[in-house]
Write a protein that binds this ligand. Structure first.
Ligand SMILES: NC(=O)c1ccc[n+]([C@@H]2O[C@H](COP(=O)([O-])OP(=O)(O)OC[C@H]3O[C@@H](n4cnc5c(N)ncnc54)[C@H](OP(=O)(O)O)[C@@H]3O)[C@@H](O)[C@H]2O)c1
Length: 252
């Protein structure tokens, strides 16, 4: 029986790690891309009889990862997998401050990891799997920040707004080809990861919304990484995945 292949960035920790664990448990073959690898995922894959490749790349320069992905996909049989999915999950939150106080290097890093490498990996994925017979899906992990203006979040918000809009364009492109990929830029809700710790540790005088994030945590509004991952993967499995190229896990 044919199996499913998922390429997942940022699987070393946070929601990406939880998604990797759940995909392995569901029998998916995984290619994971982040700076660090996670040995527990190798063990889990062995237990479930699936394969996993953990590729160590810094997506601040996405070109090497993109080239390896293109070469690896091109080397596979186009009929090997029942489905192939790219989940662009890795991202960086810069220092949270008004843009006038941001450093050029912080702006560049956030855009490169969160948007430039995402476009590069998407291009490699869509190009190399264009003739594949299985179902093809692209899931970009976005954020409400890309859709709602918030002071001191201009850099991260620009990344996610860019992600949303390029996904809309790719949706139009993929409608025009045979077995085009179903694509979606999905806001995942608020998840209790390092990213939220970073937000709460920001100097409140630099971030007008600081107290709201402290209260989300205090009042139990954060999803665990496992629950967040489960909601995202349930959305990915929906029959109408890709009908809306920009969506929120909380959409009915
Ligand atoms: N947490 C939330 O409340 C929330 C809300 C809305 C949207 N999101 C989005 O959900 C996704 C996952 O967020 P998270 O909270 O799970 O984040 P996280 O805990 O900070 O994990 C980020 C992941 O990205 C990888 N990464 C970071 N910099 C990288 C680099 N230079 N090169 C390669 N990989 C890199 C990290 O791996 P390494 O460190 O090993 O490289 C890690 O696996 C992100 O796209 C985020 O924007 C999160």
């Amino acid at each position: 029986m044919k199996t499913h292949l998922t390429i997942l960035t940022g699987a070393s920790r946070g929601m990406g790690l939880a998604m990797a664990e759940q995909l392995i448990a569901a029998g998916h073959h995984l290619i994971c891309i982040s700076r660090n690898t996670n040995t527990a995922l190798d063990t889990l894959a062995k237990q479930h009889g699936t394969s996993i490749g953990q590729w160590s790349f810094d997506l601040a320069d996405g070109t090497p990862a993109c080239e390896q992905l293109r070469a690896w996909l091109t080397s596979r049989d186009a009929n090997e997998f029942a489905s192939v999915t790219l989940i662009n999950n890795a991202a960086v939150l810069p220092n949270i401050s008004p843009l006038r106080e941001a450093s050029a290097s912080d702006i560049a890093l956030t855009l490169r990891v969160g948007l430039e490498s995402v476009l590069q990996l998407t291009a490699a994925f869509l190009g190399a799997t264009a003739a594949w017979s299985g179902e093809r899906k692209l899931l970009n992990i976005s954020s409400g920040n890309g859709r709602r203006a918030m002071a001191s979040q201009s850099i991260y918000s620009a990344v996610k707004a860019g992600m949303d809009h390029y996904t809309r364009c790719v949706a139009e492109e993929e409608k025009l080809v045979l077995n085009g990929a179903k694509v979606c830029s999905l806001a995942p809700g608020i998840i209790d990861t390092d990213m939220q710790t970073h937000i709460r540790s920001t100097d409140p005088t630099k971030f007008p919304s600081h107290q709201a994030f402290v209260e989300y945590k205090r009042d139990g509004h954060l999803l665990t990484p496992e629950a967040g991952a489960a909601r995202v993967l349930a959305y990915l499995a929906r029959a109408d995945f890709g009908v809306n190229p920009v969506a929120d896990v909380r959409d009915a």
